[in-house]
Design a protein around this ligand. Sequence first.
Ligand code: FES
Ligand code: CO
Length: 343
Amino acid sequence: MQQDRLWNEWHPVCKSEELQDDPKQVFVLGERVVIFRNEKGVHAFKDLCIHRGAALSLGKVVDGNLVCAYHAWEYNSEGTCVKIPALPCERPIPKKAKATVYHCQEYLGLIWVNLGDEPIQLINYPEYNQEGYRTIICGSYEVKANAPRIIENFLDVSHLMFVHEGMLGDTDHAEIVDYDVEFLDGRFITSKIPVYQPNADGRSKGGYTDYVYEILSPTAARFTKTTEGSDEEFTILTVVNQEDHEQCNVYMLLTRNYDLDQPDEPFREFQDTIFYQDLDVVESQKPELLPLDLQAEMHLKSDALTIAYRRWLDELGIENGTMPINSDKKQRARKRPIQKKTA
Ligand code: FES
Ligand code: CO
């Protein structure tokens, strides 16, 4: 049960620009995966050649096919082996010569992989292509924690005043007013939560900002910040790839509808600072697996959103916030420069 939902989720594995001519090795839920690009688009296979188990990511893409580095078996986009150089040409290629194919998509400037047989729908992020809005991708950030702890930190309102004091909050304005959380159109959404921000996005404008949080999937959440009397909107979408036990990669999409002609770098730097402020706390949290038994930790009314998240994970059958990690420990394949022996 627990396997089903997370196994059928989409996981962001790298930025689009990081996948060019060469295949690339990535990890999803402990699974070693190779992704590659050809004229048909992006593709993901189990990173394992059926011939002798070599990592296909060590190979290269030739005429749209993924060619294993070991004995040059060639796999097409569907994972079918279409060439075995050692096989005399009159002999047919064995039917079993196939790669294990996973679902792969390019979306929101990221490459997404899905290990499941029945992929659930990809998250919706309409701001990405909306006219008058600009999105930058921050990360990836490596975090030694599990995805639910990372998502929960992103959904946590009452830490802003302490961990991000002077930037996203002020200790003299730490009270959180009661807010609503409802389940609407397949996701959780809060009412507006006002937070006093000395410096909401690095532009040094102190005042109250309203946060509206949304939980889109067990590994994806967003908030939008607006201020009364202003048309400016600032959204952050956080998506997490659980690579392995206590090993995640996080991407954050920052979307703004203002300062479109201004450089992106200050926004990125600001977000990096915020992220690294959270990192030590998130990596320190125990138990590492999010406790879904609501008796296990203490909760306040201001934690309503994270309580909803925990209840939802529980309903989805994700026991103890566990990710269904493939227990098979894999060694990362490395491409080493060729070292010639000198006499
Ligand atoms: Fe891949 Fe032999 S191991 S071709
Ligand atoms: Co934080």
